[in-house]
Design a protein around this ligand. Structure first.
Ligand code: COA
Ligand code: ZN
Length: 317
C-alpha cells in the first residue's frame, strides 16, 4: 500500500458527537474533554458549532465553551458554522478556524440548514468575508458527499459542482463528508481520483461515519489517493440530528491505533486518547463503539496459562 508518512487528525466528537446526545452536557464537562484532547496531542479540535440554539440546543453554550478551554499552543481550535451570523459569533469567540457546512444533495441541505444549496452558497460567501477580515482559516465541509439518506446516490458531477462553487469563492480546504456512512472504499477512491487532480491546490479532508463499518476502509482508500487530513471522534461519538440513520464518526482512538500500527505518525499520545475516551464514556453514562478501549492495543500481551507454559520447550540458555 502507498500510504503517507503522517496524518493530521481533527477531533470532532465535542461537536458532531455532543450535538446529538439526548442530555445537555454541562459546559465544564465539555471544556474538560476539549482540554483532555489537546493534552493528548490532538492537533485540531472542532470544539463546537455556532448554529441556531433552538435547532441544536445541546451546543447552545458554544461561546462559554470557547471562553473556558485552556488554549494549548499549536492546537487549532475550530467551530462549525452554517452562515455569516455563526461566523461572526465564532470569530468573536476566538476560533482559529471556521468549518462551514453545505450538503451535496438539496434534500439534506434543506433538512439540515433550511436553505437550498444556492442559498447556502450565498451565506458561505459572506462567511468567507467574515473569516478573511478576521484572518481566520476556513475549511468547507460538504455533507452527503457520498450519498444522501433521502435521495440515495449523489452523482459525482453534482458533488464536483459544489466543490467548484466553493473553490470559485476562495475555498482552500475542503472536507468530503460521508454523513450517514453510505460510502465504500472503491467509491471513495473514485471520487478522490476524480476531484484531487482537478482541484490540485485544495487541502482535502475526509470526514467519515462508521454507520456501516466502512469508515477505516474508506479512510485507507482516501489515504492511498493522498488524503492526509482525517476527522475522527473520541469513542466513536457522533451523528447528524437532521440525517435519519446517522450514527457515530470513525472512532479517533481506533483510527490512531490503526495508523500508528502501520507506522503513520499523528503526533497523538494514544494512551492519553484512550484515557480521554474512558472519561467521555463516564460523562455520557454509556459505552461507546470504540474497540481499542475494550481490547487494548495490539501490543497487549497476556500471561501464558500454566498448563501451556508447562508444555512449552524450555527456552535455550
Ligand atoms: N446562530 C444563532 N442564531 C442564528 C444563527 C446562528 N448561526 N443563524 C441564524 N440565527 C437566527 C437569526 O438571527 C434569526 O433570529 P431571530 O428570529 O431572532 O431574528 C433566526 O435564527 C432565523 O434566521 P434564519 O436565517 O431564517 O435561520 P433559519 O431559521 O432558516 O435557520 C440555520 C437556519 C442555519 C440557522 C439553522 O437551520 C441551523 O442552525 N442549522 C444548523 C444545523 C446543524 O447544526 N446541523 C448539524 C451539523 S451538520
Ligand atoms: Zn458528521
Amino acid at each position: 500500500m502507498k500510504l503517507p508518512a503522517r496524518a493530521t487528525i481533527c477531533e470532532v466528537g465535542t461537536r458532531d458527537g455532543f450535538q446529538i446526545e439526548p442530555d445537555f452536557i454541562p459546559t465544564e464537562l465539555k471544556v474538560e474533554v476539549v482540554d483532555l484532547l489537546s493534552n493528548a496531542g490532538v492537533p485540531r479540535i472542532e470544539v463546537t458549532s455556532f448554529v441556531h440554539p433552538k435547532v441544536v440546543p445541546q451546543l447552545r453554550d458554544a461561546e462559554a465553551v470557547m471562553a473556558k478551554i485552556r488554549r494549548r499552543p499549536g492546537v487549532r481550535y475550530a467551530a462549525l458554522v452554517p452562515n455569516d451570523k455563526g461566523a461572526v459569533r465564532a470569530v468573536d469567540a476566538g476560533v482559529n478556524a471556521i468549518h462551514t457546512v453545505v450538503s451535496a444533495s438539496e434534500s439534506h441541505n434543506l433538512a439540515n440548514v433550511n436553505m437550498t444549496i444556492a442559498e447556502s452558497m450565498e451565506k458561505l460567501r459572506a462567511v468567507m468575508q467574515v473569516a478573511a477580515r478576521a484572518k481566520v482559516a476556513v475549511s468547507c465541509g460538504i455533507s452527503t458527499s457520498f450519498g444522501c439518506p433521502f435521495e440515495g446516490d449523489v452523482p459525482l458531477d453534482q458533488l464536483e459542482s459544489v466543490v467548484g462553487r466553493l473553490v470559485d469563492m476562495g475555498a482552500r480546504a475542503i472536507g468530503l463528508a460521508d454523513t450517514t456512512g453510505m460510502a465504500n472504499p472503491r467509491q471513495v477512491a473514485r471520487v478522490c481520483e476524480h476531484l484531487m487532480p482537478r482541484f490540485p491546490s485544495i487541502e482535502w479532508t475526509l470526514h467519515t461515519h462508521d454507520t456501516r463499518a466502512m469508515a477505516i476502509p474508506n479512510i485507507l482508500a482516501a489515504m492511498e489517493c493522498g488524503v492526509t487530513n482525517l476527522d475522527g471522534s473520541i469513542g466513536g461519538l457522533g451523528g447528524c440530528p437532521f440525517a435519519p440513520g446517522a450514527s457515530g464518526n470513525v472512532c479517533s482512538e481506533d483510527l490512531v491505533h490503526c495508523l500508528h500500527a502501520m507506522g503513520i505518525e499523528t503526533g497523538i499520545d494514544l494512551d492519553r486518547l484512550v484515557a480521554t475516551s474512558r472519561r467521555v464514556q463516564e460523562i455520557i453514562g454509556r459505552a461507546l463503539p470504540g474497540q481499542i478501549v475494550k481490547a487494548g492495543k495490539s501490543t497487549r500481551r497476556y500471561p501464558l496459562p500454566d498448563t501451556v507454559a508447562a508444555r512449552r520447550p524450555a527456552a535455550r540458555a
